[in-house]
Ligand binder design. Sequence first.
Ligand SMILES: Cc1cc2nc3c(=O)[nH]c(=O)nc-3n(C[C@H](O)[C@H](O)[C@H](O)COP(=O)(O)OP(=O)(O)OC[C@H]3O[C@@H](n4cnc5c(N)ncnc54)[C@H](O)[C@@H]3O)c2cc1C
Length: 333
Amino acid sequence: MGEGKRSIWVFGDYRNYFQNRVTLQLISRASDLAKAIDATVCVTVFGHGVDEWVWEYTCHGARKIYVCDHEKLKFYSNDIYLHLMEKLVREHRPEILLVGATAFGREFAPRLAKRLKTGLTADCIGLDIGEDGLLVQTAPAFGGNMLTKIVTPVKRPQMATVRPGTFQEIPHDNDAVAEIVRVPLPDDLPEDRVTLVSSVRQPERVQKLEDAAVVVCGGRGMGSRKKFRNLYELARILGGEVGATRPVVYSKWADEEALVGQADKHISPRVLISFGISGAIQHTAGIRDAGFIIAVNKNPHATMMKMADVAIVADANQVCTALIKELRKRIRS
Ligand SMILES: Cc1cc2nc3c(=O)[nH]c(=O)nc-3n(C[C@H](O)[C@H](O)[C@H](O)COP(=O)(O)OP(=O)(O)OC[C@H]3O[C@@H](n4cnc5c(N)ncnc54)[C@H](O)[C@@H]3O)c2cc1C
């Protein structure tokens, strides 16, 4: 039996919540899409002792939540989670199903799509509803050289994984309400082929680049690894994170996880300060949701300078050093 009304589903991937709020970002985008096709935003939550996540998703825009809470679901199991999700999707037939492109989502979503015999667009950086009511899924293609728009005209659900940081979450609303549907553990669960021996959380940075409100981003124009390190000090003072272009990462001035661009991290800080970056499309595709952009470049005609709200024609390293000095003075006084 399908839903009375059409539905858009988001898989509740809460396991790395404190490093990664992609599920909240997807609920937010699903809410926009739902308005266009008159659908209900539903979230699935599987696990054990998951009420706090049900509450969190409710406060961030979910209108219906399917919860399966059982000790057998305490740890993620491919076989069991897929079985459960497949059953629910077949029963309720959502129009659209969104999964975060986390390590988990990248493993889970293609297998689910295969079982449901539907299409899946991986690593989307844009989702819209087209004139015909279909989900238009924008994703990098051909090694990140171009963006493609993909639709799933016949098969259902229309499935996509979406990069963390692509969309802004809806602010927390304590008064929000959602319908909670308790799903019993099916009695035809498959045998779990994997036995989990232990689970240890890998220590991560407290703040992710994708979630940072301030990002200081550096390019080849910083000149050297030593000069590039100054950006870390500036970011620290501003309470932000450091991003980098591909040449910088290739030169080992910054770690790979700092790479910003269409094939890598998609960031949406409130303030982005860009130092010595030309503004190649592969980089700017990753910063198009930045709020206020300040760019520093020797070349006033660089694309990055044209994109900026404030463009400073100057030596990147000199501006960075002067900013650090001035901010330190202000902190002391
Ligand atoms: C398939 C593919 C995927 C790619 N994916 C990505 C990606 O995800 N992310 C990414 O970043 N790139 C990506 N690239 C590379 C991208 O095309 C650009 O080459 C790269 O973004 C340029 O980096 P940049 O701006 O640091 O360097 P450059 O293009 O060399 O620009 C340096 C800038 O610094 C300025 N400058 C020089 N000296 C100074 C100074 N002293 N003070 C101030 N300004 C100065 C220059 O005027 C120039 O504008 C990809 C390329 C390909 C082919």
